[in-house]
Structure formats: C-alpha cells, structure tokens
Design a protein around this ligand. Structure first.
Ligand code: SAM
Length: 365
C-alpha cells in the first residue's frame, strides 16, 4: 500500500506471537516508521510502514527473520463482502491495486489466493477473479496481456481474504515460507514450527553463556534454533527414543550446529538423575497425545507432566525459567499446582490448526 511515498509491508506470523515478530522486525530494520500489530484485529498479521525501498526491507526480512513466515509489499487492504458479491469486490480491488506499476507485459504472474473465515466463495474463485483483474488492468495500460504461470511465476500476487478484509500485494518470500528452514533432513511427526521455537527462546529470555535444555527434543528444533542464534550457549537435548536423538543429530549436522549441542537418550521424568548441574533455561514441547507417537498413551500424559515438572524443578537454577508449550492447558496447570513452580507468563497461540498454550514457569520463592 503506497500512501504519499510510504509503503506498508504485510508480515505473516504465528497467531499469538505477533508481538515477538514485531520486536524482531524492529531490531532487523532499525528505524521503521510505524508497526501495527493485528491490523483490523486480524491475528497473525503485522503491518510495517516504511518510507523508502520496500523491497530492500523485504530482502533483509526474508534473509534474516526467524519469527515470521511471509513478507508482502502491500498494495491494498479493502473491505469485501463474504457473499457471492465478494468476488466482484475482489475483482475491483485487485484492479485498483495497479499491478501495472510492478509488472511488464513480458513478466509472468500467478495469484496465490488464501482465505480464512466463512465465505460464499472458495480460494480458487478468488485466484480466478484476481487473475482476471490483473490481466484486464495490464491490457488497459499496455494493450498487452501478461502470461499466467501458476508454477513458476516471475511475480507472485498475494490475495488473502480474512473475514471481510482483503489484503493484496506482492509476495516477496515465494512459495517456500520462512518457517520451512531447509535443515530438516529428519522429519519428526510432531515437530514444532521453528518460528514458535524461536519465540519460546525469546519468551524465556535466553542469554549468551547460559545452559539450555530441551528434555523432549524430538527432531531438535528448539535446540537448533537456539544454537543458530547464540554463540556461547551450552545446549543439551534429551529424548526417550534413540531414533529421535539420531534424527535430531542429523538435523543439527544439516543446520551446521551439531558440535554446539550435546544429545542424550534419556527420560525427562528423571532429569535429576541425569544432570548434576543447574540448568538456566528448560524449553520444551512435551508429548500431548493428539499426534500419536510410539509408546505414548493419552492417559499417561498427566503423570508424565507431573513427574517431568517435579524432576525439572530439582535441576532448574534458582533464577531459571521453564518455557513449555502444550495444548493440554488443564493438565499442565494441574501439574504446575502440584509442583514448586509458579507461572510468570502465559499466552495462547495457534499452530497446526490447534490452540496451544505457552507457559513460562519459575521457582516459587
Ligand atoms: C512433541 S514431540 C517434540 C517435538 C520437537 N519439539 C521437535 O520439534 O521435533 C515430544 C517428544 O517427547 C519425547 N518423549 C516422550 N516421552 C518422553 C520422556 N519420558 N522423556 C523424554 N522424551 C520423551 C517423544 O519421543 C517426542 O519425540
């Protein structure tokens, strides 16, 4: 969206983690004019106002940001109907976005439509009317029709309808969203999104020189994200299954950080038998039984959480923190009540279509 030589970047992130993404964006871009978190109440979106070269700012974010999934140069944000008439609205607003300022008739383009909420039309319908609008506007300006290429377009047009808001722009990230880091050679069935792992590391306020442990490390996402962010952390990863530890090690090799992490096959309910040092930060994503894993039974989850928190509190440094994500709010709260820990931060996020809760815990004084 260009207003008096000012552009807005639209950034997509995990719903519930917008503040963390906004902080990272501010740190990476320096003096941005304005950041709007959840514009029009839309979760998982941030608007960033920049006064010059929007594509240069996008490049920085696409190369460096760890908490965001997509960066779009926004050309318009409009209200559209949720009924069938919405398709006419979308045609008009895409046309008004003037893609002819960014596209020549010799470029190919593809519209990537997305939709959240209830509408009397589908994403495919949005893609079709959006494409027609771009072609018609280009024909009016150049008298020529640009080629549509849905597989490998030179310009990807972003057209996202959330409720009654339509956001239109140029997708500068491409089809490989930024949370797909590329180091995952071992695909754990319940792997955490690296963007969420990054956010948990920030929520736990991890600092250089500290000792970090993920006692349910699976494919190692939290450990690898931490190792990529800090130079002098001591990092430990534990999982009860040797095959996961092997996989996490392969992922760490692929990410170039294997020498920074000590991997152990072990039981997270017996941490005090495994570690004879104090741990500053424990960050984890324990099993929750929805995505089935070998050896886990739903009814055993409450016992696992109780025993884990009991043993974790024994090795946690006095000013240490535990940051834990789980969809099992009641179960973890009951386990916290039974432990000698207290909640110091709590938030709700959405991942993989599930609501999950992040709790940060400290020792009771
Ligand atoms: C939700 S997954 C963690 C996924 C991980 N964060 C990732 O990104 O790949 C939970 C992991 O806990 C492990 N686990 C289950 N019970 C355990 C126990 N008692 N001690 C240690 N690890 C356990 C499982 O093998 C599984 O890999």
């Amino acid at each position: 969206m260009k207003v008096n030589n000012e552009f807005y970047l639209l950034i997509k992130t995990v719903p519930g983690l917008e503040d963390i993404a906004a902080m990272e964006v501010k740190n990476l871009l320096g003096n941005v004019d304005k950041i709007i978190v959840r514009p029009h109440g839309i979760m998982g979106r941030i608007l960033v106002k920049v006064s010059i070269s929007p594509f240069r700012f996008c490049r920085i974010l696409n190369e460096k940001a760890k908490s965001i999934e997509k960066v779009v140069v926004l050309l318009g944000m409009y209200k559209v109907s949720r009924t069938k008439k919405g398709l006419e609205d979308i045609y008009e607003v895409v046309k008004a976005s003037k893609f002819s300022n960014f596209l020549t008739p010799h470029d190919s383009f593809g519209v990537r439509p997305s939709r959240e909420g209830k509408h009397e039309y589908t994403s495919l319908d949005i893609g079709k009317v959006g494409g027609d609008a771009v072609i018609d506007e280009m024909k009016e300006v150049y008298g020529l029709r640009p080629a549509v290429n849905l597989k490998h377009p030179s310009i990807i047009i972003y057209c996202d309808v959330v409720g009654d808001t339509c956001m239109i722009g140029i997708d500068t990230t491409g089809d490989m969203a930024l949370h797909k880091r590329g180091y995952r050679v071992f695909d754990h069935p319940a792997a955490l999104r690296p963007t969420i792992a990054y956010a948990m590391i920030k929520i736990a306020n991890v600092k250089e020189g500290e000792i970090l442990l993920d006692p349910f490390c699976g494919g190692g996402t939290i450990l690898i994200e931490a190792a990529r962010l800090y130079r002098s952390l001591k990092i430990f990863g534990l999982d009860i299954f040797a095959e996961n530890i092997k996989g996490a090690y392969l992922n760490a090799i692929s990410a170039g950080v294997a020498e920074k992490i000590a991997f152990i096959v072990g039981d997270a309910t017996k941490l005090d038998k495994i570690f004879n040092i104090n741990i500053d930060k424990i960050i984890c994503n324990p099993p929750y039984g929805i995505r089935q894993l070998r050896g886990e039974k739903r009814k055993e989850i409450p016992r696992l959480y109780d025993k884990f928190l009991l043993s974790a509190s024994k090795i946690l440094a006095d000013d240490g923190l535990i940051c834990i994500i789980t969809p099992k709010k009641k179960t973890i709260k009951l386990a916290i009540e039974k432990s000698e820990l207290q909640i110091c931060h709590e938030r709700e996020i959405y991942h993989g279509g599930l609501k999950a809760h992040i709790f940060t815990l400290k020792k009771q004084k």
